[in-house]
Design a protein around this ligand. Structure first.
Ligand code: LMR
Length: 328
């Protein structure tokens, strides 16, 4: 009798255990390199909230900010190994997977974020979301950060002020060529290393958005920031074909809708976030924000725009023309 009861208890425990294994929510890992208090950081948290509200107990989103889980050097490889399911690298960081996205790095291509948005939503822009399909990378949407500014330890008013200096760039040949065009040296380094490189003066300067300069404290180790708005720093939210296909159709639909809403939320706050962070930097008095006269800005355009021609074949003239048309 005792044995029978024991057997029953064991069977029940086994059933419960397998039930709880079945009931474990599926974990979706979202890794990124910036702080939480940024457009991308906030978008990721919004996505987590929406998925867990709409698929409670079924899916769980774990967000890893600040290069905690993966950084610039390995996040796309990790995505393809399914060690992480969502990442949103800057459009400058896909060079090993497609040359087409180099478009976004061309200096002085877009006049403002409205033009960037217009192009991204156009047919040509949407087509680029599929540019890495053959490599197993699925583009799910564009996410804004904002326009980039130059920073250094002295005012950069004219291209000659950058000459001979060392600037950190994201892993992009276009960005390297952009600095070469003003006789500066570009060093490709992961985002997680920028603060220390600036602090130790291993590099002289960098280019980034107000939001990244503020949240990563670059303004505390750079005396001047030139309000150049010379390029765009936006993201593509990507997943792997393996993971995306593995989702049941109805769940994939709900997850995609949650992502679209989270992206729309991130895009809505990006402009304000950058404006606020610019003001916080000015108020801190740690770094001087330098405005350019129209003539000074034109000198940068004249020096850097020849870079376009070098990449025209790789990017495609039709795509560049479509982007330029978005300025109208
Ligand atoms: C950078 O490396 O400077 C940026 O791409 C970081 C980011 O994700 O905004």
């Amino acid at each position: 009798r005792l044995l029978k009861t024991l057997a029953k208890v064991t069977a029940l425990a086994g059933a419960l255990a397998s039930f709880s294994v079945l009931a474990e929510p599926v974990e979706i890992k979202f890794s990124h390199v910036v702080a939480e208090n940024t457009p991308k950081g906030q978008m990721a948290l919004k996505f987590k909230a929406l998925v867990e509200e709409r698929l409670p107990g079924e899916y769980q989103v774990s967000v890893f900010p600040n290069s905690q889980l993966f950084g610039d050097n390995n996040e796309l490889a990790a995505l393809l190994l399914n060690d992480v399911q969502l990442v949103a690298p800057s459009l400058s960081k896909f060079e090993r997977y497609t040359k087409k996205l180099q478009l976004f790095d061309l200096p002085f291509l877009f006049k403002d974020m409205a033009a960037v948005d217009k192009f991204q939503q156009s047919e040509a822009g949407q087509k680029l979301l599929n540019s890495m399909k053959r490599k197993g990378v699925v583009g799910l949407g564009y996410l804004h950060n904002g326009m980039k500014q130059f920073s250094a330890n002295e005012p950069l008013l004219l291209p000659k002020d950058a000459s001979g200096k060392k600037f950190r760039v994201m892993a992009s040949d276009v960005l390297a060529a952009q600095f070469a065009a003003v006789d500066a040296t570009a060093v490709k380094k992961p985002f997680s290393e920028v603060f220390t490189l600036l602090q130790t003066r291993a590099i002289d300067g960098q280019e980034n958005t107000w939001s990244n300069i503020y949240s990563k404290k670059f303004f505390e180790v750079q005396s001047h920031i030139t309000e150049s708005n010379h390029g765009v720093l936006d993201y593509m939210v990507v997943t792997s074909n393996t993971f995306w296909k593995s989702l049941p159709g109805d769940k994939r639909k709900i997850i995609k809708e949650a992502l679209d809403e989270a992206i729309a939320y991130g895009n809505k706050i990006a402009g304000d976030k950058n404006d606020q962070d610019r003001q916080l930097i000015i108020d801190s008095k740690r770094s001087l924000v330098v405005e350019l006269t129209p003539e000074q800005r034109q000198a940068w355009v004249d020096a850097m725009k020849p870079v376009w021609a070098k990449f025209e074949d790789q990017i495609g003239k039709d795509v560049i023309d479509a982007a330029v048309a978005a300025n109208q």
